[in-house]
Design a protein around this ligand. Structure first.
Ligand code: AMP
Length: 420
């Protein structure tokens, strides 16, 4: 038997109601903040992600699904959405029509990571990007939207972490400070961190190695060395979050080791999902639009992982979705009435009601079992003596009450199904 590829998952009919509930909650909140939906292709030219995420990152370095198509173009299945959205923003000059463009998306993503609970190779993200303003109010809005979505889903065990990376100039100065601090401790760092010391020193903060963390704990903090503008903006974000009653903590280790990330970074973690705690992450990326060939334009955004959020919801028993039901199940009493049943089903479906019936020549008892399994609100018995008299028996499955409906008064049946 051929099975699904490692790290991918089928979303089965029984999973769908929870996905739909999440997607509807997400969309409602994005629309409340006046974000418009965007959809971009599943694959892009590899260079977009190489430049848009950065050669230095794990994603580009070792996780992308990259392949050559038949004309030898290198393509990559999208591992994240920001670069793709910015590509679309630049390509269609979206900024020319509107100075601030607020977009949201839901999409599958692909990364060849080691699969584990909450980590897949095809997973889904929703997220938002606001392109065209450097206002820290928008940064706060990102945290607020993400938090509101998670809280609306019923999640409680959440930690909001924020940090500021300042401007690239501030960061360069800070990198030197960090270098000075680490230089005589370098030999004690892990191999990965020793490499990062040379290539991208800020990413040493990402190290999960305990001995690295002990060393880095006492390092000078970027957030204590911010330029005036970044400091003021960070204060505005904090103030806004306080006003919105969003509890947060400052995490100086929350860095994105890429030069076009600026000022705010944030992450929301859950204590209910095991090792992979991050439900969403985001921040400001004022230099990315230019890096991808557009006009210099400030922007901010975030992305959240749907599988991980659903896992947290399941573990916290956040919400229950109603059992799927159908409006009516048609039970055929006489086998020769098969085509009558099929025709009637067609007519009822046109009235925008959910109908099903038996396609397997099963007994009346088995048809009744099927109606129960489908949670039918009504069953209609077609056949027997009643049918010869031009009538059918309609049973309300929740009350058990039966009544006769006339074969020729179709509208009466429809009214009953719709309004009872
Ligand atoms: P990132 O784009 O890496 O900042 O990730 C944003 C969010 O996407 C994370 O907080 C996770 O919830 C989710 N995510 C990232 N990678 C994976 C993955 N491999 N499997 C499942 N969810 C993921």
């Amino acid at each position: 038997m051929i099975k699904a590829v490692t790290g991918t998952k089928d979303i089965l009919p029984t999973d769908i109601p929870r996905w739909k509930y999440l997607e509807q909650t997400v969309e409602k909140i994005f629309r409340n903040f006046n974000y418009k939906e965007i959809r971009t292709p599943i694959f892009e030219e590899t260079s977009l992600f190489a430049r848009g995420i950065g050669e230095e990152t794990d994603i580009v370095g070792k996780e992308m699904y990259t392949f050559k198509d038949r004309s030898d173009t290198s393509l990559t299945l999208k591992p994240e959405m920001t670069a793709a959205v910015v590509r679309a923003y630049n390509e269609h000059s979206l900024g020319a029509q509107q100075s601030l463009v607020k977009l949201f998306y839901t999409s599958p993503m692909f990364r060849q990571e080691r699969p584990q609970a909450g980590r897949f190779r095809q997973f889904h993200q929703f997220g938002a990007e606001a392109i065209g303003s450097k206002s820290p109010l928008l940064d706060a809005e990102m945290v607020q939207m993400a938090y509101e979505i998670l809280v609306s889903l019923g999640l409680k065990n959440l930690t909001v972490k924020i940090n500021s990376l300042g401007t690239p100039e501030t960061r360069d100065k800070y990198k030197q400070l960090l270098k000075n601090f680490l230089i005589d401790k370098k030999d004690k760092l892990s191999e990965d961190s020793r490499r990062r010391f040379e290539t991208n020193i800020l990413r040493i903060f990402d190290s999960k190695v305990e001995s690295d963390q002990k060393i880095i704990k006492d390092a000078p903090k970027l957030v204590d060395h911010l330029d005036e503008e970044s400091k003021t903006d960070f204060e505005v974000v904090k103030e806004q979050l306080e006003k919105s009653k969003i509890p947060f903590q400052i995490d100086p280790a929350l860095v994105r080791g890429l030069d076009y990330y600026t000022k705010l970074t944030f992450e929301i973690d859950s204590g209910s999902v095991g090792a992979q705690t991050a439900l969403c992450g985001g921040g400001r990326y004022d230099l990315l639009i230019e890096t991808l060939g557009g006009k210099s334009t400030p922007a901010t955004g975030f992305a959240a992982g749907i599988e991980r959020i659903l896992l947290a919801c399941e573990n916290e028993k956040c919400f229950t979705v109603p059992e799927p039901t159908i409006d009516i199940y048609l039970i055929r009493i006489d086998s020769e009435l098969e085509s009558v049943v099929s025709e009637l089903a067609g007519k009822i479906r046109k009235e925008n009601l959910t109908v099903d019936y038996d396609y397997l020549q099963r007994s009346v008892k088995a048809q009744m079992r099927e109606a129960n399994k489908m949670n039918a609100r009504y069953v209609l018995f077609i056949g027997g003596d009643e049918y010869k008299e031009g009538k059918m028996n309609l049973k309300n499955m929740s009350t058990g009450v039966e009544e006769k409906v006339s074969l020729i008064k179709f509208q009466e049946l429809v009214e009953k199904l719709k309004f009872q």
